[in-house]
Ligand binder design. Structure first.
Ligand code: NDP
Length: 391
């Protein structure tokens, strides 16, 4: 029986993972499930899946979690330290689906046990890619991508040599504001940007899709995970979200991965890898879809792609600054303090403002360094927002 843990079990990726595990309860021993504020969901799933331990990230919710688990035999713990302790409980397969920088420490710790880490948490690769991959190598652990684009690339590369790869193309839906006139974008509201045409996701990642900061993160993830130079990585707008990624080979062949926009596909692939098992996802009917469109993204509409490319070129600490600044910019947009198009201005300004104090191109020395850079970038981003508000 395989042992599994799910970090971020109450979120969108986490719930899709719980769904797949719950369909075959006899096949898994669930070690840890973690969540944040959603205690009811965490407790319900922990009891249903007979988890050994349920962890809430919030210290002050321990009593609530204990009460919700009373009599079930599931242990309750709380706090960021408890998340790392949960990652110390060995499991064969660990889903890393906590959102944000909070997902880094448990993921790093799980790798120490030589686990197979299914990586949804984008921030891990964007902020600390080289460190994460080195940690996996040092402990004989395996990292499998869960982002649909990277899972698609990973699948297209099965049996191939990286030397034969000419380019990697990841697709982007273009987000909820794709067809808006350019001049209307500065007036886009949180509700406008938070509606995705194809994927059902949380509010933050949906807005990041509309701005393409999400795609920018994915470009950086591609560089880090597959070790391919920025000049060989492209993003292309594909409104139907059926083709998730393509790999171009030196003989001119282009291998595409097609699938319904359902995260259970990429999660299920990582869960059963290297096998393929039946998954409860919709099958594609190409005749019914009839048309698949592709076009180059407009960098005026999506400045996040231009910034991400600069970050890929720079490497070092710039990914951590990019991630932190775009999170703060998103907070400020959701709070109504800046407009939709000003999010990229915040990230640009943060990268410029921080570079005299922090050598952006120098490599990270460890997790502490990543968290320090993250903290510094967040403070810088807020002060840039305050300056923008004053002018
Ligand atoms: P959600 O916001 O839906 O879920 C996030 C999870 O993390 C929840 O379990 C939440 O708990 C928990 N959490 C929130 N804050 C903290 C914290 N400070 N410490 C510990 N746990 C915390 O996110 P998604 O599932 O959408 O995304 C998870 C990750 O996967 C992100 O990095 C995202 O970029 C990436 N991803 C998401 C995709 C998607 O389709 N949604 C696709 C590809 C990648 P609670 O809800 O209980 O507060």
């Amino acid at each position: 029986m395989r042992s599994v843990s799910i970090f971020g079990a109450t979120g969108s990726i986490g719930q899709n993972t719980v769904d797949l595990i719950a369909r075959d309860p006899g096949a898994y021993r669930v070690v840890a499930l973690t969540g944040g504020a959603n205690i009811a969901q965490l407790a319900e799933d922990a009891i249903r899946l007979k988890a050994e331990v349920a962890v809430t990230a919030h210290d002050d919710r321990l009593d609530d979690l204990r009460a919700a688990l009373a009599g079930s035999g599931v242990e309750a713990t709380a706090g960021q330290g408890a998340l790392v302790e949960a990652a110390d409980r060995p499991a064969d397969w660990v889903m890393s689906a906590i959102v944000g920088a909070a997902g880094l420490a448990p993921g790093f710790r799980a790798l120490r046990h030589g686990t197979t880490l299914a990586l949804a948490n984008k921030e891990s690769l964007v902020t600390a890619g080289p460190l994460l991959l080195a940690e996996a190598r040092a402990h004989g652990a395996t990292i499998l991508p869960v982002d649909s684009e990277h899972s698609a690339v990973f699948q297209a590369l099965v049996g191939e040599e990286m030397e034969a790869v000419e380019k990697i193309i990841i697709t982007a839906s273009g987000g909820g504001l794709r067809d808006w006139p350019l001049e209307a974008l500065p007036k886009a509201t949180v509700a406008d940007a938070g509606a995705h045409p194809n994927w059902a996701m949380g509010q933050r990642i949906t807005i990041d899709s509309a701005s393409m900061f999400n795609k920018g993160m994915e470009l950086i993830e591609t560089k880090e995970f597959f070790g391919v130079g920025p000049d060989r990585i492209e993003a292309v707008v594909h409104p139907q979200s059926i083709v998730h990624a393509l790999v171009g080979f030196r003989d001119g062949a282009l291998m595409a991965h097609l699938g319904a926009p359902d995260m259970r596909h990429a999660i299920g692939y990582a869960l059963h890898w290297p096998d393929r098992r039946e998954l409860p996802v919709a099958r594609i009917d190409l005749a019914q879809i009839a048309t698949l469109e592709f076009y180059a993204p407009d960098l005026v509409r999506y400045p996040a792609l231009r910034i991400a490319r600069e970050v890929m070129e720079a490497g070092g600490r710039s990914g951590a600054v990019f991630n932190a600044a775009k999170e703060i910019a998103l907070d400020a947009f959701i709070a109504g303090r800046i407009g939709f198009m000003q999010m990229s201005e915040v990230v640009d300004r943060t990268l410029s403002a921080i570079s005299p104090r922090l050598c952006l191109v120098s490599p990270m020395s460890g997790l502490e360094d990543v968290l320090h850079t993250d903290h510094m970038a967040r403070n810088t981003a807020w002060s840039e927002i305050e300056k923008m508000e004053r002018t």
